[in-house]
Design a protein around this ligand. Structure first.
Ligand SMILES: Cc1cc2nc3c(=O)[nH]c(=O)nc-3n(C[C@H](O)[C@H](O)[C@H](O)COP(=O)(O)O)c2cc1C
Length: 174
């Protein structure tokens, strides 16, 4: 089974999440899977993969272009087992609580089995000037709010679903 974890990340936090998901899937599935983690913008086609996990950081309520483009341009994705993830909410408790605005459409378009939102990271030292001004205006504090247990559990859930459907075709929708 060939698995692609593709990710759009501006400042690295979501890339780390993708790397961890890739590591967990590899550990859970062992020799039964080959797992690759790539930036979404570096993916030429998903044709060669059986399973695609696609994620993006959320900025101003939206996914980043590289991840959106992958779904919008690659019709092949509809024939794969797909899961989507986002990294966004920050703070204690994490905000915002709403789903990124693009996601319902992207789930429909890709035929994804599901979408999971993970908390993100704010580190002003990595931000561009305008971004720093924006997070300050919103009174968002610096912090790494990523929940590695939730991330690993999600990867393990997907690995378990792939295991149970092994040899019987795609994971059921719904
Ligand atoms: C300018 C700016 C705008 C943001 N807007 C949102 C947003 O609308 N919704 C959200 O959930 N997170 C938002 N975030 C938080 C980021 O999505 C979060 O920090 C994420 O982990 C960054 O991932 P990256 O390092 O991979 O780019 C914003 C962060 C910045 C700096």
């Amino acid at each position: 089974m060939k698995i692609l974890v593709a990710v759009a990340s501006r400042h690295g936090a979501t890339r780390d999440i993708a790397d961890e998901i890739g590591r967990c899937l590899g550990a859970e599935l062992g020799a039964r899977a080959v797992v690759e983690v790539l930036f979404a913008e570096d993916v030429v086609s998903v044709e060669d993969y059986d399973v695609v996990l696609l994620g993006s950081a959320v900025y101003m309520g939206h996914w980043l272009g590289g991840a959106k483009t992958l779904i919008e341009q690659d019709e092949v994705l509809r024939h794969k087992d797909v899961w989507l993830f986002s990294s966004g909410p920050v703070g204690e408790p994490p905000k915002p609580v709403e789903e990124p605005v693009d996601v319902a459409g992207l789930v429909t378009r890709s035929g994804a089995h599901g979408h999971r939102v993970f908390s993100g990271r704010i580190d002003r030292s990595r931000l561009r000037f305008a971004e720093r001004a924006m997070v300050s205006a919103l009174r968002v504090k610096d912090g790494d709010y990523r929940d590695w247990t939730a991330i690993r559990d999600w990867a393990a859930e997907i690995a378990a679903q792939l295991e149970t459907t092994k040899g019987s075709g795609h994971v059921g929708r719904g």
